[in-house]
Design a protein around this ligand. Structure first.
Ligand code: G
Ligand code: G
Ligand code: MN
Ligand code: NA
Length: 249
């Protein structure tokens, strides 16, 4: 109850901030986009992870307001970076509840309009478990979102209960591989190579997450994985830090 109340207050006073983790082209080392990650530093509770407060937002009926806040903040930031001459694609995580929100498509569309953001700068990340709760409904919503011109990435690919056969029917541009795929294991390299080949066969780009070590990046080069995120390059940073970083890059 306390967490839900503090969250309601934080939404009111603007205590939630988006930070941005670079997505880096494996071949050129250029930053090609960022993933927006929510940060909450509460005066009473301290830092609270989204892994903890997103479920609370869902259970306490605040997820739609929170999700709309995130979409708005992301579009506002896209507009600012466009204006500064340092355009960046921003990927926003959607929660399962948002996918079932009746006016999600209209929310996204009006957000883009409000901030005069061309849709190709916004990416939406959904996990495969979310997309597959109700595959036909998931596919329908994602198709309408794709129709707006935003891109869709499948988050945590290969870790939920998904139907591989169904993947090709979703309007996806990218799949994201969780960092567990890069942990040392006897068949790590072959598994990664197989997944990347399969994704390419479906015309999907691959973003590897959680890259911390040089040998992991070397593997991504060897198997033609396009893109990575991870502490080897940088952690999520504030918009100001990102802006300063873009200015010198
Ligand atoms: O970076 P981090 O430890 O904060 O992320 C933890 C989890 O919270 C990840 O699964 C991430 O996808 C999720 N998350 C971060 N920001 C958001 C957000 O704005 N909306 C939703 N729905 N999930 C988010
Ligand atoms: O949306 P998703 O569930 O993929 O959230 C990404 C999560 O991974 C966030 O919690 C983010 O802070 C975390 N993360 C990003 N880069 C790294 C990394 O290099 N190593 C580890 N351990 N975690 C990372
Ligand atoms: Mn994500
Ligand atoms: Na992920």
């Amino acid at each position: 109850v306390l967490l839900a109340e503090r969250l309601r207050m934080a939404l009111g006073y603007g205590g939630l901030q988006l930070h941005y983790q670079p997505q880096v082209d494996v071949k050129t080392a250029r930053v090609v986009g960022v993933e927006a990650l929510l940060r909450w530093n509460d005066p009473v509770l301290g830092n609270v992870s989204p892994a903890r407060f997103i479920p609370v937002a869902e259970a306490s009926g605040q997820i739609v307001a929170l999700g709309n806040y995130v979409l708005d903040a992301a579009c506002k930031q896209i507009a600012a970076w466009l204006k500064a001459g340092t355009p960046l694609r921003v990927a926003v995580n959607l929660s399962a509840y948002q996918l079932r929100q009746v006016n999600l498509v209209e929310q996204v569309a009006s957000c883009l309009r409000r901030h005069e953001v061309p849709p190709q700068w916004l990416e939406l990340e959904v996990t495969e478990s979310q997309a597959m709760i109700n595959p036909d409904q998931g596919r329908q919503v994602l198709a309408e979102l794709a129709e707006l011109g935003v891109t869709i990435a499948l988050d945590d690919f290969g870790t939920g209960h998904s139907s591989l056969a169904y993947l090709q029917y979703l309007p996806l541009q990218r799949v994201k591989l969780g960092r567990e795929f890069l942990l040392p294991s006897p068949c790590r390299d072959r598994l990664m190579e197989g997944i990347v080949h399969m994704a390419h066969a479906l015309d999907l780009e691959v973003v590897a997450e959680g890259v911390e070590q040089n040998d992991q990046l070397q593997l991504l080069r060897d198997i033609d994985c396009e893109c990575f995120q991870g502490w080897l390059h940088s952690r999520a940073m504030s918009a100001d830090q990102m802006q300063a970083w873009l200015a010198v890059a």
